[in-house]
Design a protein around this ligand. Structure first.
Ligand SMILES: Nc1ncnc2c1ncn2[C@@H]1O[C@H](COP(=O)(O)OP(=O)(O)O)[C@@H](O)[C@H]1O
Ligand SMILES: [Mg+2]
Length: 287
């Protein structure tokens, strides 16, 4: 935590120096950041873009069969933190990650670890649906093919079907598998991207504002899907919609200027936040 008194005052408004001191002091994470059955464990994660620190000592678990949502004002580091979880930040020049991030007990930043299979184990769905300029079938078959997951055309067909089925898209596309993925509606494209992620057997699925480009009906379908996917995967989702966080997640993490301020059961965070910054945000006084 590197924050000046001036910056603190700007964020918190006028406060007595005693209040200010206690507020500053309290900016270590409030709440239990561990999960009972963790799949990913992050400890003291710092992220730097050049000399600018974007994440300050964040510790957080992603548990088995749970959806963790990450909320907070724009620029607070949600996407940066999410990208740490499958080493997507490796692709950004000048970005440096320190601390410990483990998947099933294995350090994912270990020099000997190949990030390519890691990104299949920890898949990612982006804000804007980004199907490949290929057929619906090929969008889903591509990953299994390059990772050598199937041995025959029949097996691949089966995997494509089951992945589309799990993504709730099979019925809508089964008669047009050879048509371009980009010809689908926005919501269908996002489900196609989810099918593509599922096809390579991930353990964890990261979603960065997956519904922000979708209409309310498509959003509702994706939210239902996220709830179903929880049976088989661990999910970390960044959302700017508090309603969405409340609907889809079991735990919620509130970020502010690169700090993880508070984490807890979603219901508790939205009805009884412990930290003043969390309360200000969820009551709409900030951000
Ligand atoms: N590629 C980048 N290069 C430099 N700074 C970045 C980059 N991406 C994000 N940042 C900075 O890191 C901070 C956190 O950004 P981000 O993770 O995108 O926040 P959020 O997703 O919560 O809106 C911001 O100050 C942002 O400007
Ligand atoms: Mg973001």
């Amino acid at each position: 935590m590197n924050i000046t008194v001036d910056e603190m005052e700007k964020m918190t408004g006028a406060m007595s120096s005693a209040e200010l001191a206690s507020e500053r002091h309290s900016r270590t994470t409030v709440g239990d950041f561990t999960a009972a059955d963790p799949r990913m464990t992050c400890r003291n994660v710092d992220v730097w873009y050049g000399s600018k620190q974007a994440i300050n000592g964040v510790s957080l678990d992603i548990g088995k069969n749970e959806v963790v949502s990450m909320i907070g004002p724009s620029g607070c580091g949600k996407s940066t933190f999410l990208r740490c979880l499958n080493r997507m930040n490796d692709t950004i020049d000048g970005c440096r990650v320190t601390g410990s991030i483990q998947l099933d007990g294995q350090e994912i930043y270990d020099k000997s670890l190949d990030p390519v299979p890691l990104r299949a184990q920890v898949g990612m769905v982006f804000q804007k649906p980004n199907p490949f300029p290929k057929s619906i079938y090929e969008n889903v078959a591509y990953g299994p093919r390059i990772h050598g997951l199937t041995n025959s055309k029949a097996e691949l067909d089966e995997l494509v079907e089951s992945s589309l089925e799990k993504a709730g898209l099979w019925k809508e596309v089964k008669d047009r598998l050879d048509q371009p993925g980009t010809g689908l509606s926005g919501g269908q494209q996002q489900r196609l991207c989810i099918a593509r992620t599922i096809a390579v057997s991930p353990e964890v699925i990261l979603m960065d504002e997956p519904c922000s480009a979708l209409d309310p009906i498509a959003t509702a379908i994706i939210e239902e899907l996220i709830d179903e996917l929880r049976a088989n995967y661990s999910i970390a989702i960044v959302t700017h919609s508090m309603q969405q966080a409340a609907r889809v997640s079991q735990r919620t993490a509130y970020f502010h200027l690169g700090d993880l301020i508070e984490v807890g059961e979603t219901n508790q965070i939205f009805t009884n936040p412990q930290h003043r910054l969390t309360e200000d945000y969820i009551t709409g006084r900030f951000g």
